[in-house]
Write a protein that binds this ligand. Sequence first.
Ligand SMILES: *Cc1c(COP(=O)(O)O)cnc(C)c1O
Length: 337
Amino acid sequence: MIKKIKELEKISRLLDSGQSQRDKWNAEVLDYSNKFINKLNTSKAYYASEENGKDIYDLDITEQPTKLSTLLESTSKNIDQVGINPASGGHMGYIPGGGLYPSALGDYIAAVNNRYAGVFFAAPGAVRLENMLIRWMCKLMGYPETSTGNLTSGGSIANLVAIVTARESHNLKARDFDKAVIYLSEQAHHSIQKAIRIAGLSEAHIRYIPLDAGLRLSVNELEKAITEDKENDLIPFFINASFGTTNTGAIDPVAPIAAIAKKHKLWFHVDAAYGGFFKLVSEMSSKFEGIEKADSITLDPHKTLFFTFRNWYDPYERQGETLKSLSFLSRLYARHA
Ligand SMILES: *Cc1c(COP(=O)(O)O)cnc(C)c1O
Protein backbone atom coordinates (compact mmCIF):
# COMPACT_ATOMS: atom_id res chain seq x y z
CA MET A 1 0.00 0.00 0.00
CA ILE A 2 2.73 2.46 1.07
CA LYS A 3 4.78 1.44 -1.97
CA LYS A 4 1.81 2.12 -4.23
CA ILE A 5 1.27 5.54 -2.66
CA LYS A 6 4.97 6.37 -3.16
CA GLU A 7 4.70 5.42 -6.83
CA LEU A 8 1.60 7.54 -7.28
CA GLU A 9 3.33 10.42 -5.52
CA LYS A 10 6.16 10.26 -8.05
CA ILE A 11 3.68 10.49 -10.94
CA SER A 12 1.68 13.29 -9.37
CA ARG A 13 4.89 15.31 -8.79
CA LEU A 14 4.79 15.98 -12.52
CA LEU A 15 1.96 18.44 -11.76
CA ASP A 16 4.13 20.27 -9.27
CA SER A 17 5.87 23.04 -11.14
CA GLY A 18 9.12 23.97 -9.44
CA GLN A 19 10.04 27.54 -8.63
CA SER A 20 12.20 28.11 -11.70
CA GLN A 21 9.32 27.02 -13.93
CA ARG A 22 6.93 29.26 -11.97
CA ASP A 23 9.36 32.19 -12.29
CA LYS A 24 9.39 31.75 -16.06
CA TRP A 25 5.60 31.59 -16.27
CA ASN A 26 5.20 34.56 -13.93
CA ALA A 27 7.60 36.63 -16.04
CA GLU A 28 5.68 35.82 -19.23
CA VAL A 29 2.31 36.63 -17.67
CA LEU A 30 3.65 39.82 -16.11
CA ASP A 31 5.04 40.89 -19.46
CA TYR A 32 1.67 40.20 -21.07
CA SER A 33 -0.20 42.21 -18.39
CA ASN A 34 2.21 45.14 -18.57
CA LYS A 35 1.84 45.30 -22.33
CA PHE A 36 -1.93 45.17 -22.03
CA ILE A 37 -2.11 47.87 -19.35
CA ASN A 38 0.51 50.18 -20.84
CA LYS A 39 -1.45 50.23 -24.11
CA LEU A 40 -4.81 51.07 -22.53
CA ASN A 41 -4.66 54.80 -23.22
CA THR A 42 -4.40 54.22 -26.93
CA SER A 43 -6.14 50.87 -27.37
CA LYS A 44 -9.54 50.86 -29.00
CA ALA A 45 -12.78 50.85 -27.04
CA TYR A 46 -14.28 48.45 -29.59
CA TYR A 47 -12.65 46.02 -32.00
CA ALA A 48 -14.73 44.84 -34.92
CA SER A 49 -13.34 41.82 -36.76
CA GLU A 50 -14.53 39.18 -39.20
CA GLU A 51 -13.32 36.24 -37.12
CA ASN A 52 -14.54 37.73 -33.87
CA GLY A 53 -12.33 35.49 -31.75
CA LYS A 54 -13.17 32.27 -33.61
CA ASP A 55 -9.51 31.17 -33.71
CA ILE A 56 -9.71 30.50 -29.97
CA TYR A 57 -11.08 27.12 -31.09
CA ASP A 58 -7.63 26.33 -32.52
CA LEU A 59 -6.60 25.70 -28.92
CA ASP A 60 -8.89 22.73 -28.64
CA ILE A 61 -8.35 20.55 -25.59
CA THR A 62 -5.80 17.83 -26.36
CA GLU A 63 -3.45 15.47 -24.55
CA GLN A 64 -0.46 17.55 -25.63
CA PRO A 65 0.56 20.62 -23.63
CA THR A 66 0.38 24.05 -25.28
CA LYS A 67 3.18 26.55 -24.74
CA LEU A 68 2.27 29.48 -22.50
CA SER A 69 3.45 31.92 -25.16
CA THR A 70 0.95 30.39 -27.61
CA LEU A 71 -1.84 30.72 -25.08
CA LEU A 72 -0.98 34.34 -24.39
CA GLU A 73 -0.76 35.17 -28.09
CA SER A 74 -4.18 33.64 -28.63
CA THR A 75 -5.57 35.52 -25.62
CA SER A 76 -4.26 38.77 -27.02
CA LYS A 77 -5.60 38.16 -30.52
CA ASN A 78 -8.89 36.41 -29.82
CA ILE A 79 -9.95 37.86 -26.50
CA ASP A 80 -8.28 41.24 -25.98
CA GLN A 81 -8.64 42.43 -29.56
CA VAL A 82 -12.29 41.65 -30.23
CA GLY A 83 -15.47 43.20 -28.87
CA ILE A 84 -15.52 45.99 -26.31
CA ASN A 85 -12.53 46.82 -24.16
CA PRO A 86 -14.10 48.41 -21.09
CA ALA A 87 -10.72 49.28 -19.57
CA SER A 88 -9.72 51.34 -22.62
CA GLY A 89 -9.36 55.11 -22.21
CA GLY A 90 -11.85 55.52 -25.07
CA HIS A 91 -14.61 53.49 -23.45
CA MET A 92 -17.17 56.02 -22.23
CA GLY A 93 -19.73 53.52 -20.89
CA TYR A 94 -19.87 53.31 -17.12
CA ILE A 95 -21.16 49.73 -17.24
CA PRO A 96 -19.22 47.55 -17.72
CA GLY A 97 -16.14 49.37 -16.51
CA GLY A 98 -12.43 48.65 -16.32
CA GLY A 99 -10.85 47.09 -13.25
CA LEU A 100 -8.17 48.08 -10.76
CA TYR A 101 -4.83 46.29 -10.72
CA PRO A 102 -4.74 45.54 -6.96
CA SER A 103 -8.08 43.80 -7.41
CA ALA A 104 -6.48 41.52 -10.03
CA LEU A 105 -3.68 40.76 -7.59
CA GLY A 106 -6.23 39.89 -4.92
CA ASP A 107 -7.73 37.40 -7.39
CA TYR A 108 -4.25 35.99 -8.01
CA ILE A 109 -3.55 35.40 -4.32
CA ALA A 110 -6.98 33.84 -3.80
CA ALA A 111 -6.22 31.50 -6.72
CA VAL A 112 -2.75 30.62 -5.41
CA ASN A 113 -3.75 29.81 -1.84
CA ASN A 114 -7.08 28.45 -3.14
CA ARG A 115 -8.64 28.19 0.30
CA TYR A 116 -11.93 26.40 0.55
CA ALA A 117 -14.15 28.94 2.30
CA GLY A 118 -17.44 27.05 2.03
CA VAL A 119 -17.44 26.22 5.75
CA PHE A 120 -15.98 28.10 8.72
CA PHE A 121 -13.93 25.12 9.99
CA ALA A 122 -12.02 24.84 6.71
CA ALA A 123 -11.00 28.48 6.37
CA PRO A 124 -11.98 30.51 9.42
CA GLY A 125 -9.85 33.48 8.37
CA ALA A 126 -11.36 33.66 4.90
CA VAL A 127 -14.89 33.35 6.30
CA ARG A 128 -14.12 36.14 8.79
CA LEU A 129 -12.89 38.26 5.89
CA GLU A 130 -16.18 37.72 4.06
CA ASN A 131 -18.12 38.57 7.22
CA MET A 132 -16.04 41.70 7.72
CA LEU A 133 -16.79 42.89 4.17
CA ILE A 134 -20.49 42.19 4.68
CA ARG A 135 -20.52 44.13 7.97
CA TRP A 136 -18.83 47.06 6.23
CA MET A 137 -21.42 47.07 3.45
CA CYS A 138 -24.34 46.69 5.88
CA LYS A 139 -23.04 49.62 7.91
CA LEU A 140 -22.54 51.69 4.78
CA MET A 141 -26.20 51.14 3.89
CA GLY A 142 -27.36 52.09 7.41
CA TYR A 143 -28.45 48.54 8.23
CA PRO A 144 -28.57 47.43 11.89
CA GLU A 145 -26.02 45.14 13.59
CA THR A 146 -28.48 42.26 13.28
CA SER A 147 -28.48 42.43 9.46
CA THR A 148 -26.60 39.87 7.44
CA GLY A 149 -25.71 39.01 3.88
CA ASN A 150 -23.43 37.06 1.62
CA LEU A 151 -21.03 37.54 -1.23
CA THR A 152 -22.50 36.03 -4.36
CA SER A 153 -20.94 35.56 -7.75
CA GLY A 154 -23.02 38.40 -9.21
CA GLY A 155 -25.71 41.06 -8.94
CA SER A 156 -28.03 38.78 -10.88
CA ILE A 157 -27.61 36.03 -8.30
CA ALA A 158 -28.01 38.55 -5.47
CA ASN A 159 -31.35 39.63 -6.99
CA LEU A 160 -32.35 35.97 -7.25
CA VAL A 161 -31.50 35.44 -3.57
CA ALA A 162 -33.71 38.42 -2.68
CA ILE A 163 -36.70 37.11 -4.64
CA VAL A 164 -36.40 33.60 -3.23
CA THR A 165 -36.05 34.99 0.31
CA ALA A 166 -39.14 37.17 -0.19
CA ARG A 167 -41.06 34.17 -1.54
CA GLU A 168 -40.11 32.09 1.51
CA SER A 169 -40.68 34.95 3.92
CA HIS A 170 -44.24 35.30 2.56
CA ASN A 171 -44.60 31.53 2.79
CA LEU A 172 -45.78 31.35 -0.82
CA LYS A 173 -46.44 27.82 -2.02
CA ALA A 174 -46.89 26.56 -5.58
CA ARG A 175 -50.67 26.89 -5.22
CA ASP A 176 -50.25 30.63 -4.52
CA PHE A 177 -47.94 31.44 -7.39
CA ASP A 178 -50.62 32.45 -9.91
CA LYS A 179 -52.03 34.91 -7.35
CA ALA A 180 -48.67 36.39 -6.35
CA VAL A 181 -47.86 39.90 -7.60
CA ILE A 182 -44.48 41.55 -8.18
CA TYR A 183 -44.01 45.28 -8.78
CA LEU A 184 -41.19 46.88 -10.70
CA SER A 185 -40.59 49.41 -13.46
CA GLU A 186 -39.66 48.72 -17.04
CA GLN A 187 -36.25 50.18 -16.29
CA ALA A 188 -35.49 47.37 -13.80
CA HIS A 189 -32.46 45.27 -14.71
CA HIS A 190 -33.32 42.18 -16.78
CA SER A 191 -31.81 39.94 -14.09
CA ILE A 192 -34.99 40.56 -12.06
CA GLN A 193 -37.16 38.93 -14.74
CA LYS A 194 -34.71 36.04 -14.99
CA ALA A 195 -34.72 35.64 -11.20
CA ILE A 196 -38.52 35.52 -11.19
CA ARG A 197 -38.44 32.61 -13.63
CA ILE A 198 -35.64 30.77 -11.84
CA ALA A 199 -37.54 31.19 -8.56
CA GLY A 200 -40.43 29.28 -10.16
CA LEU A 201 -42.62 32.37 -10.21
CA SER A 202 -43.28 32.70 -13.93
CA GLU A 203 -47.02 32.37 -13.25
CA ALA A 204 -46.93 35.36 -10.90
CA HIS A 205 -48.37 38.67 -12.09
CA ILE A 206 -45.73 41.24 -12.94
CA ARG A 207 -46.91 44.84 -12.73
CA TYR A 208 -44.77 47.32 -14.65
CA ILE A 209 -45.49 50.53 -12.79
CA PRO A 210 -45.51 53.64 -15.03
CA LEU A 211 -42.55 56.01 -14.83
CA ASP A 212 -42.51 59.69 -13.96
CA ALA A 213 -40.79 62.30 -16.12
CA GLY A 214 -37.41 61.38 -14.55
CA LEU A 215 -37.84 57.69 -15.54
CA ARG A 216 -38.44 56.77 -11.90
CA LEU A 217 -41.11 54.40 -10.69
CA SER A 218 -44.25 56.42 -9.91
CA VAL A 219 -45.19 56.01 -6.24
CA ASN A 220 -48.87 56.92 -6.71
CA GLU A 221 -49.28 54.40 -9.48
CA LEU A 222 -47.54 51.78 -7.34
CA GLU A 223 -49.94 52.19 -4.44
CA LYS A 224 -52.93 52.26 -6.80
CA ALA A 225 -51.83 48.94 -8.32
CA ILE A 226 -51.27 47.26 -4.95
CA THR A 227 -54.67 48.39 -3.63
CA GLU A 228 -56.41 47.15 -6.75
CA ASP A 229 -54.64 43.79 -6.63
CA LYS A 230 -55.57 43.31 -2.98
CA GLU A 231 -59.22 44.05 -3.81
CA ASN A 232 -59.04 41.34 -6.45
CA ASP A 233 -57.79 38.79 -3.88
CA LEU A 234 -54.31 38.62 -5.34
CA ILE A 235 -51.19 38.38 -3.16
CA PRO A 236 -48.92 41.41 -3.62
CA PHE A 237 -45.57 40.41 -2.06
CA PHE A 238 -42.52 41.95 -3.74
CA ILE A 239 -41.47 45.44 -4.85
CA ASN A 240 -38.21 46.02 -6.70
CA ALA A 241 -36.78 49.54 -6.76
CA SER A 242 -33.72 50.40 -8.81
CA PHE A 243 -31.10 52.54 -7.11
CA GLY A 244 -29.55 53.72 -10.34
CA THR A 245 -31.16 52.13 -13.38
CA THR A 246 -28.62 50.56 -15.70
CA ASN A 247 -29.88 52.60 -18.68
CA THR A 248 -30.01 56.12 -17.23
CA GLY A 249 -28.93 56.02 -13.59
CA ALA A 250 -32.40 57.09 -12.40
CA ILE A 251 -33.05 56.44 -8.70
CA ASP A 252 -36.51 55.20 -7.75
CA PRO A 253 -37.93 57.09 -4.72
CA VAL A 254 -36.91 54.60 -2.02
CA ALA A 255 -38.30 56.33 1.10
CA PRO A 256 -41.92 56.62 -0.15
CA ILE A 257 -41.75 53.11 -1.63
CA ALA A 258 -40.50 51.77 1.73
CA ALA A 259 -43.52 53.37 3.43
CA ILE A 260 -45.91 51.74 0.95
CA ALA A 261 -44.18 48.37 1.37
CA LYS A 262 -44.51 48.61 5.13
CA LYS A 263 -48.16 49.68 5.01
CA HIS A 264 -49.16 46.84 2.69
CA LYS A 265 -46.67 44.30 4.11
CA LEU A 266 -44.65 43.66 0.96
CA TRP A 267 -40.98 42.69 0.71
CA PHE A 268 -39.03 45.73 -0.45
CA HIS A 269 -35.89 44.99 -2.45
CA VAL A 270 -33.49 47.68 -3.65
CA ASP A 271 -31.34 46.75 -6.62
CA ALA A 272 -28.41 49.08 -5.98
CA ALA A 273 -25.97 47.11 -8.15
CA TYR A 274 -25.17 50.27 -10.08
CA GLY A 275 -25.67 53.06 -7.56
CA GLY A 276 -25.08 51.59 -4.09
CA PHE A 277 -21.44 52.46 -3.59
CA PHE A 278 -22.04 56.12 -4.42
CA LYS A 279 -22.89 56.24 -0.70
CA LEU A 280 -19.14 56.68 -0.30
CA VAL A 281 -19.44 60.08 -2.02
CA SER A 282 -20.63 62.55 0.60
CA GLU A 283 -22.44 64.79 -1.94
CA MET A 284 -24.64 61.82 -2.85
CA SER A 285 -25.52 60.84 0.71
CA SER A 286 -28.97 62.48 0.78
CA LYS A 287 -30.13 60.38 -2.16
CA PHE A 288 -29.87 57.33 0.08
CA GLU A 289 -32.54 58.43 2.54
CA GLY A 290 -34.78 55.49 3.37
CA ILE A 291 -32.59 52.82 1.76
CA GLU A 292 -31.99 51.33 5.22
CA LYS A 293 -35.70 50.47 5.32
CA ALA A 294 -35.32 48.03 2.42
CA ASP A 295 -35.66 44.35 3.32
CA SER A 296 -32.81 43.50 0.96
CA ILE A 297 -30.20 45.32 -1.11
CA THR A 298 -27.98 44.25 -3.99
CA LEU A 299 -24.58 45.99 -4.23
CA ASP A 300 -22.02 45.49 -6.94
CA PRO A 301 -18.32 46.12 -6.19
CA HIS A 302 -17.33 45.45 -9.80
CA LYS A 303 -19.27 48.50 -10.84
CA THR A 304 -18.69 51.50 -8.58
CA LEU A 305 -15.61 50.06 -6.86
CA PHE A 306 -13.96 48.85 -10.10
CA PHE A 307 -13.27 45.35 -8.86
CA THR A 308 -12.48 42.65 -11.38
CA PHE A 309 -15.38 40.77 -12.96
CA ARG A 310 -16.27 37.17 -12.48
CA ASN A 311 -17.01 36.42 -16.10
CA TRP A 312 -19.02 33.57 -17.35
CA TYR A 313 -21.20 32.84 -20.26
CA ASP A 314 -24.79 32.89 -19.30
CA PRO A 315 -26.93 30.40 -21.24
CA TYR A 316 -29.92 32.71 -20.79
CA GLU A 317 -28.15 35.16 -23.05
CA ARG A 318 -27.58 32.65 -25.83
CA GLN A 319 -28.22 34.24 -29.21
CA GLY A 320 -27.28 32.04 -32.15
CA GLU A 321 -23.58 31.48 -31.86
CA THR A 322 -22.90 34.58 -29.81
CA LEU A 323 -22.80 34.16 -26.09
CA LYS A 324 -22.80 37.44 -24.27
CA SER A 325 -20.51 37.53 -21.34
CA LEU A 326 -21.98 38.62 -18.07
CA SER A 327 -19.82 39.87 -15.31
CA PHE A 328 -19.98 38.84 -11.74
CA LEU A 329 -18.12 39.55 -8.58
CA SER A 330 -19.06 39.79 -5.01
CA ARG A 331 -22.34 41.52 -4.46
CA LEU A 332 -24.10 41.94 -1.24
CA TYR A 333 -27.43 40.54 -0.55
CA ALA A 334 -28.39 41.79 2.85
CA ARG A 335 -31.57 41.68 4.82
CA HIS A 336 -32.84 42.77 8.17
CA ALA A 337 -32.82 39.93 10.64
C1 LIG B 1 -25.23 45.24 -13.52
C2 LIG B 1 -26.55 45.21 -12.85
C3 LIG B 1 -27.10 44.02 -12.35
C4 LIG B 1 -26.49 42.65 -12.57
O1 LIG B 1 -25.22 42.51 -12.10
P1 LIG B 1 -24.28 41.34 -12.65
O2 LIG B 1 -23.12 41.45 -11.76
O3 LIG B 1 -23.99 41.64 -14.07
O4 LIG B 1 -25.01 40.04 -12.48
C5 LIG B 1 -28.29 44.09 -11.67
N1 LIG B 1 -28.93 45.26 -11.51
C6 LIG B 1 -28.46 46.43 -11.98
C7 LIG B 1 -29.23 47.69 -11.74
C8 LIG B 1 -27.24 46.45 -12.67
O5 LIG B 1 -26.77 47.62 -13.16
